[in-house]
Design a protein around this ligand. Structure first.
Ligand code: SIN
Ligand code: FE2
Length: 200
């Protein structure tokens, strides 16, 4: 296991071995059964290419009413609890007393991507965001606090975990593309990304 630092993001390569990845995936599947993936729409009316759901007290959402955290799934139900296997990753890497209140779950099919953005709907940017990659590799791009300007990119593989915190907490980031068929973890292919966030 090695740790790379890129533009202030800490990239823990292969933090999760294949058994740990499968354990997290099994738990994520239970969450998705209770809170199915949906296709979010940006405030501007664009359908996003990722499919999304959440676990925890809050889920991250976007629709015509804007980007926000919501206490219920679009179907009206509260979100399932964040699985212990996922909270354990947060505990291991952050060592914080505080636990996240949202685990956003994004599913990327082969043609999905995510534009450059900041994670800034949380109340306090002193808390880090922790991001777990499962399944197919993704080209992850990291910029600075300002939009535009220089960026660097890195392939994230299944089992890699990124900590976006400290000075880099508001750095722009996005996913350029998915390398289809690069992992066997998800039987139907694609990539799952979990992001853990302290919301309140
Ligand atoms: C995100 O920024 O919400 C997702 C990052 C990723 O998919 O790696
Ligand atoms: Fe993000």
């Amino acid at each position: 296991m090695t740790v790379l630092r890129l533009r202030g993001f800490e990239i823990h390569k292969a933090l999760l071995d294949p058994d740990a990845q499968r354990a997290v995936l099994d738990d994520v599947r239970k969450v998705v059964k209770a809170a199915p993936f949906f296709r979010p729409v940006t405030p501007g009316g664009q359908k996003m290419s990722v499919r999304m759901t959440s676990a925890g007290k809050y889920g991250w959402m976007t629709d015509a009413d804007g980007y926000r955290y919501a206490e219920t799934h679009p179907n009206g139900q509260v979100w399932p609890a964040i699985p212990d296997t996922v909270l354990a990753i947060w505990d291991q890497l952050t060592g914080l007393d505080r636990q996240p209140e949202c685990c956003l779950i994004n599913y990327y099919a082969a043609d999905a991507k995510m534009g450059m953005h900041q994670d800034r709907d949380e109340a306090d940017f002193r808390w880090p965001v922790v991001s777990v990659s499962l399944g197919d590799e993704a080209m992850f791009r990291i910029g600075g606090q300002k939009r535009g300007g220089k960026t660097d990119s890195v392939w994230l593989q299944s089992g890699d975990v990124v900590v976006m915190g400290g000075e880099a907490r508001l750095n722009h980031h996005g996913v350029d593309r998915i390398r289809a068929g690069s992992s066997k973890l998800l039987p139907k292919g694609g990539r799952i990304n979990l992001t853990l966030r302290v919301v309140e």
